[in-house]
Design a protein around this ligand. Structure first.
Ligand SMILES: [Zn+2]
Length: 359
């Protein structure tokens, strides 16, 4: 077992590349490097390619008895040649020229970062300033293949709130989508619930009738009970369960989704279930949802939306439409009002920006 490139989930719902050493510990320098890339706004697709590149370099150095902190240009030349000649495990063929150049780009970038951060001597990275010496032509052929499905938990700093433009939200609700995805988008937008709360909800948590007393629920009108199972599963204190109203478009999307479930013979107790294969009727996973956001929704609305951004977007929308901050707090299920106040400030800043643009 060598180094593994995998990813962790940031609290804003985005994926973050990390490298684990052979004992399963985070590789500290690599972790700093990928945090730096994330803060610089580099796409996950790029960082995951770089992650595999760095893991390869670290493995190679261990095999060759080379300290990676003191790797020389000659070492890198050998690393490149060894990589070019080695058949790939899944194809039996050597790597494509573009994979080789992406790998070298990742390795070079990593070493330069480490030198700039004084994690290694600057003399290691100086020769790399001339990238042609080891070839770094980065092309855009599919860097997304083989993203490991494994998730681990790490503590990483919360990235700043991201607010998608309101017109993207309008577009999101209009685009053609499969019933399950359409319902999920409406649900997240309507309620601003956490994606984890949506994925752990049961079908019986949704009540859609004007009067739900026959179900043992005193709350009138369409709503969803949120958070009870999520809190149990995560075993952490949020604000406890809450009831969130559902609007008409969400109920319409829900009805269409239930029809679709019936057509597929899906009777799982979870609200959002896998539709086919061995895991049919099992709860939908976060990885699947994120993938559909990245592969279909992001393209259709031309914006890199994540499920968590819908929560931010909705909270901002409420604040701008003069919903009382205490109500917003209750809807979002924030334990601390200060967490909710972030949306107030962001609203003001956006308004100021709009005014300045207009001036
Ligand atoms: Zn109810």
């Amino acid at each position: 077992m060598g180094h593994t490139s995998t990813w962790a989930l940031l609290s804003n719902g985005t994926r973050h590349t990390v490298i684990l050493d052979p004992t399963g510990q985070l590789h500290p320098e690599a972790n700093q490097f990928f945090l730096g890339m994330a803060l610089a706004g580099r796409a996950f697709n790029t960082t995951s390619v770089y992650g595999r590149a760095v893991a390869r370099l670290l493995d190679w150095c261990e095999r060759e008895g080379v300290d990676w902190r003191q790797v020389s240009l000659a070492n890198l030349g050998r690393f490149r040649r060894d990589f070019e000649l080695a058949p790939r495990a899944h194809t039996g063929r050597p790597p494509s020229p573009s994979l080789v150049s992406q790998t070298m780009a990742g390795v070079t970038s990593f070493l330069r970062f480490c030198a700039a951060e004084r994690l290694i001597g600057s003399w290691v990275a100086e020769p790399l300033v001339e990238p042609r010496m080891i070839g770094t032509a980065l092309d855009r052929t599919d860097p997304t293949a083989n993203i490991p499905a494994r998730r681990i938990r790490v503590h990483v700093p919360e990235t700043p709130l991201v607010f998608p433009p309101p017109e993207k939200m309008d577009l999101l609700l209009e685009i053609k989508q499969k019933p399950r995805q359409k319902f999920l988008c409406h649900l997240l937008w309507c309620t601003a619930m956490r994606i984890g709360e949506a994925l752990s909800a049961w079908r019986e948590d949704v009540h859609t009738l004007p009067n739900n007393t026959h179900l043992g629920c005193p709350v009138p009108g369409a709503h969803i009970h949120v958070g009870r199972r999520y809190d149990q599963q995560r075993n952490r204190a949020k604000t406890g369960p809450r009831v969130l109203p559902l609007d008409r478009p969400t109920i319409a999307a829900y009805d269409a989704y239930l029809d679709w479930r019936a057509e597929h013979g899906l009777d799982g107790k979870y609200l959002l279930v896998v539709s086919q294969g061995e895991t049919a009727n099992q709860p939908l996973t976060y990885a699947t949802v994120l993938e559909s956001f990245q592969k279909t929704i992001a393209k259709k609305i031309d914006y890199p939306l994540t499920p968590h951004m819908l929560r931010h977007a909705r909270a901002t929308w409420w604040v701008r439409h003069d919903v009382d901050i205490d109500v917003v707090r209750e809807l979002l299920g924030h334990a601390n009002i200060e967490t909710t106040r972030r949306y107030l400030h962001s609203g003001v800043e956006d308004l100021r920006a709009a005014v300045e643009d207009a001036a």
